[in-house]
Design a protein around this ligand. Structure first.
Ligand SMILES: O=C(O)CCC(=O)C(=O)O
Ligand SMILES: [Fe+2]
Length: 465
């Protein structure tokens, strides 16, 4: 009885801090202003709500209290960021259980999630510089081939009024031009976070994510836009389960991402494409979205994560092109005949559908590091798997190395030992598109030729002159 009346007398109060000593708000805010993180400007000012949220997350280890007041929820991610920045762990603030739990539940409840400071400021600037340079050097040469319409069912139309961006597909390695390694850090971090998020979800959502696409780097020039669409819609799925956008714009370029409710009638949020911001959303009909007209050069890196089964089905059904074109190789004629061609690339415009050769397994990191040199305690990082490695025979002649290995069952990163050095190949279909020499060998700008016979694949690597 007493309990009941007590409840009635304290309506609408934020939940009391779980510790007896409430934080000194002014001091706290002063401290926060010195942290290398951003307080989401579109939310109510920090002096307003943040102090109410912080006590909820700060003293509680790595689990969140249940039933957090809903008006405080938008501040949760910021509060968690503050929490880990206070511990000197701002680089990996999102990998801790309470952060993962918050991101997962936002994604599942809202169908999308905006994460600021996914990369540190420094990391974001590195990728930004690399992307701008790539654009300047003409490495994003192609006008996007669009998925037109709301349901994404038309994948063949090319219409500048629908989409007006320049596109390039990239692996993250130095040999693909990422001289400062910015993209590889981002991709590894993203893979690792998504992999860890699996622990906080059940059902189909994230559990079956096994592949990711290469990074689609885009620049919308002034006036560029992309009308309302979904990334994986229509009758035949294309395997995409989750879309991850990384924005790279430090000045105001407009070009906001407009996110709609399922059905595409009701606007949920208009999101600025600002530097270091990551937006995760389900690629299917749940999240129609649109890019509003840009007024400057607007940069974004998009990576799609695939549901293993759906992707396999789409590939078998011919929805996904098997491979990019093979170089002329007599031995491969038979193979070529059996491969679907890139029919939806009639005008030499770039594919916006990631091909088999654009897809690679999610490689996760077990050793996230922290800028300040403090290693986060990451005892939970159990899902990480090492790259598959296949037995192979390496033969050598004057001009090339011949690496013979069993054909991998699916797209795979693999390591082969070549002349005593380890060579990492990212293989897909029958094309090797990415290779990294480790152990001091000069990076070779070679495009390996691959041929296939009776279950054995031969990779021919020309020797560098
Ligand atoms: O650049 C963006 O913000 C989103 C692009 C997009 O929706 C797409 O490429 O499918
Ligand atoms: Fe999209």
């Amino acid at each position: 009885m007493g309990k009941k009346s007590k409840k009635k007398s304290t309506p609408k109060q934020p939940p009391p801090p779980p510790t007896s000593s409430p934080p000194d708000t002014a001091k706290l805010m002063q401290l926060i202003s010195t942290l290398p993180i951003r307080l989401t400007p579109s939310l109510p000012q920090p002096s307003n709500l943040l102090p109410s949220v912080l006590p909820l997350v700060l003293p509680l280890g790595e689990t969140l209290p249940q039933n957090i007041n809903s008006n405080l929820k938008p501040w949760l991610l910021t509060a968690l960021k503050v929490k880990y920045a206070l511990k000197g762990k701002e680089e990996w603030w999102m990998i801790f259980d309470d952060s993962l739990q918050t991101i997962s539940s936002e994604l599942h409840e809202n169908n999308y999630c905006v994460i600021d400071d996914f990369l540190t400021w420094k990391q974001s600037r590195i990728i930004q510089k690399e992307v701008e340079e790539a654009y300047g050097k003409g490495k994003l040469p192609d006008l996007g081939v669009v998925t037109d319409g709301r349901d994404g069912s038309n994948t063949s139309s090319v219409n500048e009024t629908v989409r007006g961006d320049y596109i390039g597909w990239f692996g993250p390695t130095k040999s693909e031009g990422w001289s400062e390694g910015g993209l590889v850090e981002y991709v590894t971090k993203l893979n690792t976070v998504l992999d860890q998020m699996k622990r906080f979800t059940s059902g189909k959502g994230l559990q079956n994510l096994v592949h990711r696409s290469r990074a689609m780097v885009t620049c919308y020039p002034p006036g560029g836009r992309y009308t309302k669409h979904v990334d994986n819609g229509g009758k035949t799925g294309n395997g995409r389960r989750l879309t991850a956008l990384l924005y790279l714009n430090s000045s105001e370029v407009a070009g906001e991402l407009k996110v709609y409710e399922r059905g595409g009638e009701v606007v949920k949020e208009v999101i600025e494409p600002s530097l270091g911001r990551v937006v995760l959303f389900w690629s299917d009909e749940r999240v129609p979205h649109e890019v509003l007209e840009s007024c400057g050069e607007r940069f974004c890196v998009t990576i799609w994560f695939f549901d293993g089964e759906e992707w396999e089905k789409a590939r078998e059904g011919g929805v996904i092109p098997e491979s990019t074109k093979l170089e002329d190789d007599e031995e491969d004629d038979e193979v070529k005949k059996n491969e679907p061609s890139l029919q939806h690339d009639p005008n030499n415009l770039v594919r916006r559908e990631p091909a088999t050769s654009d897809v690679t397994p999610m490689v996760v990191s077990n050793e996230p590091f922290c800028e300040k040199g403090v290693e986060p305690i990451l005892s939970e990082l159990k899902l990480a798997e090492s790259k598959p490695s296949l037995d192979c025979v390496v033969e050598e002649n004057e001009e090339e190395y011949l690496v013979k290995l069993p054909i991998p069952p699916r797209v795979a990163d693999m390591e082969v030992e070549c002349d005593g050095r380890v060579l990492t190949l990212t293989l897909s279909g029958f094309e090797v598109y990415e290779k990294v020499f480790e152990g001091g060998i000069e990076e070779a700008e070679v495009r390996a030729k691959v041929s296939k016979k009776k279950g054995i694949m031969t990779v021919k690597l020309p020797k560098k002159r």
